[in-house]
Unconditional design. Structure first.
Length: 110
């Protein structure tokens, strides 16, 4: 969450005159998803406070992977303009979906 604030401020102030509007939008999407899944990690931490169920732990790792792959690839894409990084983004999206699916499965079983 701290890094999300830093990157959001960096984009708003440090990159406003550097990136094109489409690239700023891509960067901001990365920040938004990082924040959402940072909050999801707080949920995982709360659910794991008393001997974490393995499925919840796995969901947390999926969220971490999603942040690194999804948001990270969008940051790199927007800063470098290297479109090949766009191919990594869906992998991060799948990790996010897996994390939410695992949490949903845990809730259904509980």
């Amino acid at each position: 969450m701290f890094l999300g604030v830093v990157l959001g401020a960096f984009a708003a102030h440090g990159l406003k005159d550097v990136l094109s509007d489409p690239m700023k939008a891509i960067f901001e999407t990365g920040v938004r998803y990082q924040f959402i899944h940072g909050l999801a990690l707080f949920i995982v931490a709360w659910l794991s406070s008393n001997s974490p169920p393995p499925i919840v732990t796995a969901a947390g790792w999926c969220f971490v992977a999603g942040i690194l792959l999804f948001s990270g690839s969008l940051y790199i894409l927007s800063l470098t303009g290297t479109k090949a990084w766009g191919a990594v983004t869906p992998i991060g999206g799948l990790a996010f979906l897996a994390g939410w699916g695992l949490l949903g499965l845990w809730a259904f079983r509980a």
